[in-house]
Design a protein around this ligand. Structure first.
Ligand code: MTE
Length: 301
């Protein structure tokens, strides 16, 4: 396994939390840059990496436990009680049990990672997460040699989650990874963004982030992890197996049955608003392609 992952996106690429991208000052800066270097390459490259604002990241969400509208999570997730919180760890582990989240976090080095985020619905953002590598937590609980997959579940609490009254999915929301994907240094347990505790609508207090897969694999508000020998059932695959595979690696050459995955719409848009080409493995091909050597990515989509 390669060493710890170093993001090519840096804090200097992030729009400060309080400073909305002010179109006028950005255009002034763009004008200055154009005057110096000529409009073209560098300016467009900078635009391509422009991260989303805190406001964008926290007001356009998918969290169906709170409703299926993009603004439902922001409207309703505030009522979710996230403290105390624990993760139940069971299955093929050396140290099964109930892990209090505050204790887990206290024992980890919290890092900042700026990742691309690509939803299967063909929109995308760039998000500055805080958290730790899932591998660190798996080491803590001790994975048994026979384990091949990790299954995750989200909390179901109808009193606080208005969306679970509707059978849009079979609750709880479930996701899963192959063990080598889970152990990959890019795979994070995220506890915050923009240096703040995770906003409820983004999956407080702890969620998965797997940047080379479609966003639905990045399950929110996790309460259970189970190490298994067999591939675990996952919510979207259970609901529409033809549309959502277990792997769900971002792949511009494999279209969703109802739309193309070749391009994406960057939320926020900016000066060069329009669709951008989607990158293989969401831009993390160099890091993760080796996990899938010899696999037909059309069959295992
Ligand atoms: N996790 C749970 N528990 N419930 C959900 O509805 N939606 C998924 C994923 N994790 C979802 C979830 C989908 S479809 C996406 S695109 C991302 O969360 C959205 O994450 P964001 O709102 O932080 O951008």
């Amino acid at each position: 396994m390669a060493g710890r992952y170093k993001s090519p996106l840096r804090w200097s690429d992030v729009t400060p939390r309080e400073t909305y991208l002010n179109r006028r000052s950005f255009m002034a800066a763009a004008g200055a840059a154009a005057a110096v270097g000529g409009i073209g390459g560098p300016l467009q490259a900078q635009e391509a990496l422009e991260p989303n604002t805190f406001e964008e990241i926290t007001s356009y969400n998918n969290f169906y436990e709170f409703g299926t509208g993009k603004d439902d999570p922001k409207r309703y997730a505030g009522q979710l009680t996230t403290d105390p919180w624990a993760i139940e760890v069971d299955g093929l582990v050396e140290r099964p049990g109930t892990y209090d989240i505050a204790d887990v976090i206290a024992g980890k080095t919290i890092e900042e990672r700026i990742y691309r985020f690509r939803c299967v619905e063909a929109w995308s953002m760039v998000i500055p997460w805080n958290g730790f590598e899932l591998a660190d937590f798996l080491e803590q609980v001790g994975v048994q040699p026979s384990a091949k997959y990790v299954a995750f579940e989200t909390l179901v609490r109808p009193e606080e989650m208005p969306g679970v009254r509707f059978p849009v999915l079979e609750w709880p929301y479930r996701e899963g990874l192959r063990l080598d994907e889970a152990m990959h240094p890019l795979t994070m347990m995220a506890t915050g963004l923009y240096g703040e505790d995770m906003p409820n609508q983004n999956g407080a207090p702890i969620r998965l982030v797997v940047p080379w897969k479609y966003g639905f694999k990045s399950i929110k508000s996790i309460v259970r992890m189970t190490l298994t020998e067999d591939e675990p059932p996952t919510s979207w695959n259970m609901s529409q197996p033809r549309e959502y595979g277990f792997y769900s690696n971002v792949n511009p050459t494999v279209d969703h049955p109802r739309w193309s995955q070749a391009t994406e719409r960057r939320i926020g848009g900016g000066l060069f608003a329009g669709r951008e080409p989607t990158l293989m493995f969401n831009g993390y091909e160099e890091e993760v392609a080796g996990l899938y050597t010899g696999m037909d990515l059309t069959e295992f989509f």
